[in-house]
Design a protein around this ligand. Structure first.
Ligand SMILES: C[S@@+](CC[C@H](N)C(=O)[O-])C[C@H]1O[C@@H](n2cnc3c(N)ncnc32)[C@H](O)[C@@H]1O
Length: 265
């Protein structure tokens, strides 16, 4: 059956099914980073902001743990899914449609924690959009608050196509996700990714869908150069996508999937 071309984020449930496995580990990591490097409060007034919050999997988990959670996303379908998830378990959170490169915060509310994981930051395709996002996050944080930023670094010497496969199920819906990432283009700072989903429903129906994306690429040096332009955010630790609070990395090109802890001065 040919794949239907669509934006994966217009079908939030399938995104949520695939990514939910890591949610509890990531939420625990965020809480430990907040205690270790951030403002360290464990009161009921802890606040967080998730730029590009997607289906709300992390917002819901953090709200469940007592955080006052706010998030925005460019995609209304993702936001609606997040709203429904919060409502279904009688939790609240502030959700609105906005973009990472130009988001607006109303009022004077500042946050203890902000986070943006799973390479979402790489959707910002220009240096100025990336800079605008970092500057806005810095402005949104309280002094001493942290921004936890996870992204995949590109190896410009690598010429092979990378393939990854994830499989997950929920309520009888089985999702297989195959991604292909083409070699990064150093001159253009772009990387193409194709994502194919095969969804099998409880009644045996099958749906195939495909999304194509282009990401901005970063080497460790390019990321450091970007961070240098936002002096209000200081790199205080570097981890990886395993989100083990006790395992740190250097921000260099020896390991690709990195999570930075940036502390607001
Ligand atoms: C990989 S998902 C991440 C969702 C969520 N942060 C998580 O950890 O599950 C990427 C999300 O980024 C959103 N997105 C992409 N570009 C964006 C932009 N410029 N501003 C706001 N949201 C954006 C998409 O709509 C999608 O929901």
């Amino acid at each position: 059956m040919p794949a239907e071309t669509c934006d994966w984020y217009d079908t939030p449930l399938y995104y949520d099914i695939i990514f939910d496995d890591d949610t509890a580990t990531e939420a625990t990591f965020l809480e430990v980073m907040h205690l270790r490097h951030g403002r360290g409060t464990s009161s009921k007034s802890r606040t967080l902001l998730e730029p590009a919050c997607g289906s709300g999997r992390l917002m819901v988990e953090m709200a469940r743990r007592g955080w006052i959670a706010s998030g925005f996303d460019a995609n209304e379908a993702m936001l609606e899914h997040a709203r429904e998830r919060l409502k279904s378990i009688h939790l609240t959170g502030k959700l609105w449609q906005d973009r990472m490169e130009r988001f607006q915060l109303t009022g004077r509310k500042k946050f203890d924690l902000a986070h943006c994981l799973v390479s979402t930051f790489k959707y910002l395709q220009t240096e100025s959009d990336a800079l605008n996002c970092l500057q806005r996050v810095a402005d949104a944080l309280k002094p001493g608050g942290i921004f936890v930023l996870g992204l995949h670094l590109s190896d410009y010497t690598k010429q092979a196509i990378t393939h990854e496969r994830w499989v997950a199920s929920r309520d009888g819906i089985h999702v297989v996700c195959n991604t292909r990432t083409w070699p990064a283009n150093r001159a253009k700072r772009t990387e193409a990714m194709r994502n194919r989903l095969r969804i099998t429903f409880p009644d045996g129906r099958i749906r195939n869908q495909e999304t194509l994306w282009e990401f901005r690429t970063y080497s460790a040096a390019q990321l450091r150069a970007l961070l240098k332009k936002v002096p209000q955010l200081n790199l205080v630790a570097c981890h990886d996508f395993h989100c083990d609070p006790d395992s740190t990395r250097k921000l260099d090109d020896s390991y690709a999937d990195i999570v930075l802890i940036l502390k607001r001065t």
